[in-house]
Design a protein around this ligand. Structure first.
Ligand SMILES: NC(=O)c1ccc[n+]([C@@H]2O[C@H](COP(=O)([O-])OP(=O)(O)OC[C@H]3O[C@@H](n4cnc5c(N)ncnc54)[C@H](O)[C@@H]3O)[C@@H](O)[C@H]2O)c1
Length: 365
């Protein structure tokens, strides 16, 4: 997907184009954990109304509706989808429910913003991909990191050729002590699909692939470890104490070879004996390199190494994601993060997990 006329300059133009459109988008949100943050993001954008929320926890649904002045709340997403005035749905439930609820929404002719990961496993992701392709509605993957101001500026540098041919990337989202919801769905493989790789690594893999132009992977090697969770260690300080299920990894690493000769190293953890949390993308190209967080471009000018520290707009990525979703619906724009890309990321995650299990490199079709 080209970025022409999108970020960062076009954030204003997206909103201007929305102003031309008279219609407003009626949005419903399913899942009211992170879903509450999505409500705030949509509220901060024009040309939409949150008309309904849904959570199986009735108290949460009722309290959220009251807090935000939302007219309707539901405990069953199918009942919410039957609401005729509903145009679009944000799916923010535990990972194993992304595909079934997003498919129901698409089949009910609602536009869908699906939070990451696309699904808890590859088969479900394929089913969601098929439903998105068949649907006439918009489907946007909630890859909010692509909407960061620094990512948009780096993408501009790459599109202008500053890095040349990108042949190697290193992506990392690692934590010292940050297993979320210990004992709950996050640490239960049947529901989450995995640990930090599918929770955090998914963001960084997607971001690097997008910056690299989504090269086709062909061989993937992975390893996973669970040194903390099964012992009840490594949780967020605010997690429920120990107990419950923890059958996912707390550290995953992977090495991906692409058909164009490029490769990517991935490291993702919820808990490891490291200094502090690290969220980083490094790209190495024939004419330049770059890092995100902080955004730096490393080049050579007149045979002298030069570090460039570009300035960029500190936009709120989730707000930009919401604005883009509204723009896609009102102005028939192409979603920036597609179902095909969500599926491509899921193929990589699936292969890293399979390689970790078998100890062998996985050849991706
Ligand atoms: N993009 C991001 O920055 C970001 C950040 C956090 C979480 N997430 C994603 O958001 C999703 C939810 O994570 P969370 O942290 O909000 O989890 P959570 O457990 O805090 O919230 C999930 C909510 O979904 C509700 N729920 C469960 N089953 C439901 C059903 N069938 N119908 C309606 N509601 C249902 C639960 O009651 C709960 O309130 C996950 O997929 C996670 O990966 C994304």
């Amino acid at each position: 997907v080209g970025l022409a006329g999108f970020f960062p300059q076009s954030f204003g133009s997206v909103l201007r184009r929305c102003e031309i459109a008279e219609r407003r988008v009626n949005v419903g949100v399913v899942g009211l954990g992170m879903g509450r943050a999505h409500i705030r993001s949509f509220r901060a954008c024009s040309h939409n109304d949150i008309v309904a929320v849904c959570d199986i926890d009735e108290c949460k649904a009722a309290e959220t509706a009251e807090e935000f002045g939302i007219p309707r709340y539901y405990t069953n997403h199918e009942e919410m989808l039957a609401l005729p005035e509903l145009d679009a749905v944000v799916v923010v439930v535990p990972n194993h429910l992304h595909a079934p609820i997003a498919i129901d929404a698409l089949q009910a002719r609602k536009h869908v913003l699906c939070d990451k990961p696309m699904a808890n496993d590859l088969d479900s992701a394929k089913m969601l991909y098929d439903a998105a392709v068949e649907s006439k509605c918009k489907f946007l993957m909630g890859m909010n990191n692509r909407f960061r101001g620094d990512a948009a500026v780096l993408r501009r540098f790459i599109d202008e050729g500053d890095l040349g041919r990108i042949y190697y990337s290193k992506v990392q989202w690692t934590r010292r002590c940050g297993i979320p919801g210990m004992g709950g769905w996050f640490t239960t493989k049947d529901q989450a699909g995995g640990g930090p790789l599918i929770d955090l690594g998914v963001h960084m893999i997607d971001l690097a692939l997008w910056l690299m132009g989504f090269p086709r992977p062909y061989s993937i090697l992975g390893a996973t470890y669970a040194e903390f969770g099964p012992k009840g260690k490594g949780g967020w300080t605010y997690s429920e104490p120990g107990g419950g299920c923890c059958d996912v990894e707390d550290l995953a690493s992977g090495f991906i070879r692409f058909a164009n000769g490029a490769s990517m190293f991935v490291e993702s953890s919820w808990a490891q004996h490291c200094e502090a949390e690290k969220i980083q993308v490094e790209l190495y190209g024939s004419d330049g390199g770059a890092t995100l967080e902080p955004l730096r471009v490393f080049k050579e000018e007149y045979e002298v190494p030069v570090d460039v520290a570009p300035d960029y707009e500190k936009i709120t990525a989730h707000k930009a994601l919401a604005a883009h979703f509204i723009d896609c619906i009102l102005n028939d724009a192409e979603p920036l993060a597609t179902a095909a890309e969500g599926l491509a990321v899921m193929r990589i995650i699936d292969a890293i997990y399979r390689s970790a299990e078998t100890g062998k490199a996985i050849v991706v079709e």
